[in-house]
Design a protein around this ligand. Structure first.
Ligand code: KG4
Ligand code: ZN
Length: 340
């Protein structure tokens, strides 16, 4: 059987065709980065409208690349939570329409569970049970993942997501959007010890939460000094930008690595899976590897193309489908994070 998976939770319009043996026949991602660039962040209404324009061309392109006819699609899966309300509704409406027209099952996907399933797609079924760390523009969460059906929320950010902090710090440093890759590039020539930025909750091993909003403010004050002022209006040398980027990145990485490893120890597991856009960060990948190796933990980080939003990871729907878990027409978009 061939399953069409759709992903429109944030600002990527994506579709994939995956067989029930988890073979990816084709996958297409239309990014909206250019659209949101000048705002240094995703504007929800613009994102929703762009999904409306792109969803059908993206589905057509995916079918064409796979050489598959619409009639060959045996089920339709769609990410329904969490995400931006308007964006989620576009994917959900398209999925319902296709499912109804083709007379095939409709299956909901939890976008965060799917980010972890990206590791399953890359590394095979042996990744379960694991601790899953999702680090993206909208989320920073830790899960105990017993199986593709059983995710238990352990903790997460109490304010901003790690990727959001990268994007806003990039704006302060006048680096391009999305900020993660730009900050990472600038950090490569900087000194991570140049600034001592805060690392939230690191002293509290019991707490598996994150906070990045104070870190953003600390970077801001390091640029402007305490008090008002526009950090992007301050002239910085390349050296200053590199040092600020490296020190900020190191603070984020310290928190992510420490809490992920603490979660693995707490759960008594020996596997860690990491997904989401920020998992593409080179320094994070390097530090996770060092710590995991030292602790004898098997580490799977999603390959870069499966870190940022994509529809291949929506293949988690195939597990649900095979277990007989299909959804009905009452299926709705749930924008907020449901902690399960
Ligand atoms: O998973 P994703 O595509 O979207 C969400 O579900 O939010 O993640 C996008 C985020 C952006 O904030 C972007 O700046 C960040 O991932 N990102 C990175 C890197 N590449 C993308 N952050 C740090 N380092 C990177 N190399
Ligand atoms: Zn995502």
């Amino acid at each position: 059987m061939i399953v069409l998976t759709l992903e429109t939770t944030c600002d990527e319009t994506a579709a994939a065709l995956v067989t029930d043996k988890l073979e990816v026949l084709a996958a297409v991602v239309a990014s909206q980065d250019k659209l949101h660039e000048r705002f240094h962040g995703v504007v929800p209404e613009l994102a929703a409208r762009a999904h409306v324009e792109r969803i059908l061309p993206v589905i057509h392109e995916t079918l064409q690349r796979a050489g598959v006819a619409l009639d060959d699609v045996g089920a339709v899966a769609v990410a329904t939570t969490p995400g931006l309300a308007g964006s989620l509704l576009v994917g959900l409406s398209a999925a319902k329409a296709l499912s109804l027209a083709l007379g095939v099952p409709l299956v909901a996907v939890n976008h965060l569970h799917a980010h972890i399933y990206a590791c399953r797609m890359a590394a095979g079924p042996g990744v379960f049970p694991c601790v899953g760390l999702i680090v993206s523009g909208g989320h920073t969460s830790l899960y105990r993942c017993q199986s593709p059906f059983d995710f238990h929320y352990l903790g997460g950010t109490i304010d901003d997501a790690a990727g959001e902090a990268f994007d806003k710090v990039a704006a302060m440093l006048r680096l391009p959007y999305p900020g993660g890759p730009a900050v990472s590039r600038a950090a490569a020539s900087g000194d991570p010890r140049a600034h001592r930025f805060p690392r939230s909750f690191l002293g509290d091993r019991e707490r598996l939460d994150f906070s990045f909003s104070g870190l953003k403010t600390a970077v801001r004050y390091a640029i402007t000094g305490a008090g008002p002022g526009d950090p992007a209006a301050v002239e910085l040398t390349d050296r200053q930008v590199a040092d600020l980027a490296a020190s900020f990145q190191e603070a984020v990485v310290d928190c992510l690595v420490a809490k992920a490893m603490a979660a693995v120890a707490r759960c008594g597991l020996s596997t860690l899976c990491v997904g989401g856009g920020v998992a593409a960060n080179r320094r994070l990948r390097e530090r996770l590897k060092q710590e995991a190796d030292a602790a004898g933990v098997a580490l799977t980080i999603a390959p870069p193309e499966l870190c940022t939003d994509n529809a291949v990871m929506g293949a988690i729907a195939i597990e649900r489908l095979q277990a007989g878990q299909v959804d009905d027409w009452y299926l709705d978009a749930v924008p907020g994070l449901v902690r399960a």
